[in-house]
Design a protein around this ligand. Structure first.
Ligand code: DAH
Length: 329
């Protein structure tokens, strides 16, 4: 077989490299030929050198062409080998989903953003001024007891509600304000209806003078509840919060029994869904606001999620049980 056809026949890059050494290396016919040129007389040396050069050139070109061809083949093989068949896996079987708390949170935030509420955030570790005092809960105020606070060593607290974000917001800007704050809150509490960490959405609207009324508050909350739950009766029941005056709790016709009375609504026909009221003058005083009016509301995201998705035990929401979670795909 001629040298050129040997090159043509090389099946792999290794074979080709071996051939290159054999045909052009130090011990090759061509190298030896060049080395022995000096033994020839001038005339024969010239023609022999010309012949050797043209052989060398032909071999070099053939090898480099073959190398290119083999390289391309290798690449094609690698692409074939590494190709991912995206139709192969049954993605239906392993799809994730949003957690019901995130799902509920997304819808709540979506509603209030669509109503022009600005999203605000605050720290999870608060000082007592923001978490309590500025919200009209001075030291030893009995309402602090209601909140089962986790205290840090330095006297700070894990925020017990999202209401302190109201204070951060009012201290950093002037009215008009229309904000919500969504996030985790913490309390020392654990049973069928309480987990030590849960989520709230706080709302606040403030305007100069008497621009914000209880009617505005009623309207936005009734509209929100019909967006979130659908069509159920809603009622405002007088209540107490230190940071609002007057205060109300909002009840919604029981979605389990449609108001007939059942275990879920403790046979009242009503489910308690959130707290609200007109911002207490002491709160405005704490942030240095004068001659303003405002409303505030606070809702528990887990509470709304368990009602909307009819989850009986709040704790199961954090058990990571696939049986529950897979229903939200
Ligand atoms: N901060 C209250 C809580 O955690 C919830 C709340 C009630 C917030 C009424 C408000 C409100 O802004 O007006 O229990």
């Amino acid at each position: 077989m001629s040298d050129l056809s040997k090159i043509q026949e090389a099946a792999t890059l290794e074979e080709l490299e071996k051939l290159r050494v054999e045909l052009l290396g130090r011990k090759s016919r061509i190298a030896i030929g060049f080395a022995s040129l000096k033994e020839l007389d001038a005339e024969r040396r010239q023609s022999a050198a010309a012949a050797l050069n043209s052989d060398k050139e032909a071999l070099t070109r053939a090898i480099s062409l073959k190398k290119k061809e083999l390289d391309e083949n290798e690449q094609k093989k690698a692409i074939d080998r590494e190709r991912i068949d995206v139709s192969l896996l049954d993605f239906d079987g392993i799809n994730g989903s949003l957690h019901p708390v995130n799902l509920a949170m997304e819808q709540i935030v979506e509603y209030f953003v669509s109503m022009n509420f600005e999203i605000k955030t605050g720290p999870l570790i608060e000082d007592e001024f923001h978490n309590f005092e500025a919200l009209n809960m001075p030291a030893h105020h009995p309402a602090r007891e209601m909140q089962d606070t986790f205290y840090m060593n330095d006297g700070k607290v894990l925020r017990t509600h999202t209401s302190p974000v109201q204070i951060h917001t009012m201290l950093s800007q002037k009215p008009p304000i229309q904000m919500i704050a969504a996030g985790a809150v913490f309390r020392r509490d654990f049973d069928m209806t309480h987990t030590p960490m849960f989520h709230q959405v706080e709302g606040l609207a403030v305007s100069e003078g008497s621009g914000v009324s209880f009617a505005n508050l009623k309207h936005i909350l009734i509209d929100f509840l019909s967006f979130f739950f659908g069509d159920y009766p809603v009622r405002f029941r007088p209540s107490f919060f230190p940071f609002t005056e007057p205060s109300a709790e909002v009840d919604m016709g029981c979605i389990f029994c449609r108001g007939k009375g059942c275990r879920m609504c403790k046979h009242t026909g009503w489910l308690e869904v959130l707290g609200c009221g007109m911002v207490d003058p002491n709160v405005f005083k704490a942030v240095g606001y004068k001659n303003v009016s405002g409303y505030a509301f606070g809702l528990g995201v887990e509470r709304l999620a368990t009602l909307k998705y009819k989850i009986g035990d709040l704790r199961s929401i954090y058990d990571g049980e696939l049986d529950l979670l897979e229903q939200f795909r």
